[in-house]
Design a protein around this ligand. Structure first.
Ligand SMILES: Cc1ncc(COP(=O)(O)O)c(C=O)c1O
Length: 381
């Protein structure tokens, strides 16, 4: 391979982990004839609960299914009067799945704006949105940085359960406790690009036995036992292939997350002299899962639009990205269905105009990191 060819090889933003053990495990599942929610799913749940330190883990087939399972369960337990519309207080600065899961569970999404520094939901704004029909608060651990769960709990006066969207936060912690062992229910995604992946997949965690038993039914058509449906449920079952992949990934999760953190800190340090850049505020880097490394661009100081910077990085083979260019309330569906408009959540709107990501995935080489830093500096000087 020539030098030019090597230089143009893209610096990937995500590189799903794979090895020989995973490939062998997948083949052995295929040959076993037991393909869905069998011994490997059970083992994956057990190993996750040991890793997180929580009592119950229920594996499902996506992060969205995890959120729907959690919200549907809380909704049932809350038992509002029949004609009351249940409300879920959540953030507009997220992937659509966060609010879609609330809507899909028959709830009204009630947005509360985010904190300008951490990009996570602002507990003070949450407080203003709590009403008699609030059944849950659904914060997101944005880019892997845990939301301020204690302040959110206090905002709900200790009465409103937190159904945490921890889709991006596997391996993160909050005040020394692993995410998944703090909120009433935490919902994770194990989608292909996540820190731990199972191709598609997800899981819910809780320490509450009654919630766990309901959630197990929700994931399997509401069945309490075979062909005996006790509650409303769906097919959210995880496949055995996904679980064996997850089991192997769990063995290296901490090591890979540590590499993500190291990469993020090296890049941040190298770029911190560029005045046009800002960074997601992280008080304790060790508690962040570092799913995505997010920066903001002050376009005036940079003399360049954010989108142009991302475009220039891509032209140089750096897979920069924008998550998310539009807050959920300004997505066409949410504007039309709920009447949201520009200006409703100004902090989220501002961040969506400034934010972008550059790769920190654990398989980056030192060369790739230096290439990325040089590219950023040469574009932004
Ligand atoms: C914040 C957030 N919530 C929810 C989801 C949904 O997860 P999944 O794609 O596994 O359904 C994602 C995944 O991308 C996410 O990033």
């Amino acid at each position: 391979m020539s030098l030019t060819q090597r230089e143009t090889k893209p610096v990937k933003i995500a590189k799903p982990f794979n090895n020989e053990s995973i490939e062998k495990a997948v083949i052995s599942v295929l040959r076993s004839g037991m393909l869905v929610q069998g011994q490997f799913v059970k083992q994956f749940e057990t190993n996750l609960s040991e890793y997180i330190g929580c009592r119950y883990v229920i594996a499902v087939n996506s992060g969205t299914a995890a959120l729907q399972t959690g919200i549907a369960t809380i909704k049932k337990f809350r038992g509002l009067p029949k004609n009351a519309v249940p409300e879920v207080v959540t953030t507009p600065l997220s992937f659509a799945a966060t609010a879609n899961a609330a809507v899909g569970s028959g709830c009204l999404p009630v947005f509360a704006d985010v904190d300008e520094e951490t990009f996570n939901i602002d507990p003070e704004k949450v407080k203003e949105k709590i009403g008699p029909n609030t059944i849950a608060i659904e914060p997101v651990d944005v880019y892997g940085l845990p939301a301020d769960l204690d302040s959110i709990r206090i905002a709900g006066k200790d009465k409103i359960p937190i159904v945490e969207d921890a889709a991006e936060a596997i391996g993160a912690s909050y005040k020394g406790k692993k995410i998944g062992n703090v909120a009433k229910i935490s919902c994770f995604s194990t989608y292909a690009t996540k820190n731990l992946h199972t191709c598609e997949g997800g899981f819910v965690t809780t320490n509450d036995e009654a919630l766990a038993s309901e959630m197990r039914m929700v994931r399997n058509q509401g069945q309490a036992s075979r062909y005996n449906q006790a509650t409303l449920g769906f097919n959210f079952r995880m496949q055995e292939i996904n679980a064996v992949i997850g089991l192997e990934q769990l063995k290296v999760l901490d090591e890979l997350n540590a590499k993500r953190m190291k990469n993020a800190l090296v890049i941040k340090e190298s770029l911190s002299s560029l005045e046009c850049l800002g960074f997601q505020e992280v008080h304790n880097p060790k508690e962040h899962a570092w799913y995505l490394f997010s920066l903001t661009l002050d376009e005036r100081k940079a003399g360049m639009p954010r989108d142009k910077l991302v475009q220039r990085l891509k032209e140089q083979g750096i897979e920069a990205d924008i998550a998310w260019p539009t807050p959920i309330h300004l997505q066409p569906y949410y504007r039309e269905k709920f009447g949201f408009k520009e200006g409703d959540f100004p902090v989220s709107e501002k961040i969506c105009k400034m934010v972008f990501q550059i790769p920190i995935q654990p398989f980056l080489t030192d060369d790739e990191i230096q290439r990325m830093i040089s590219a950023m500096k040469s574009i932004l000087v």
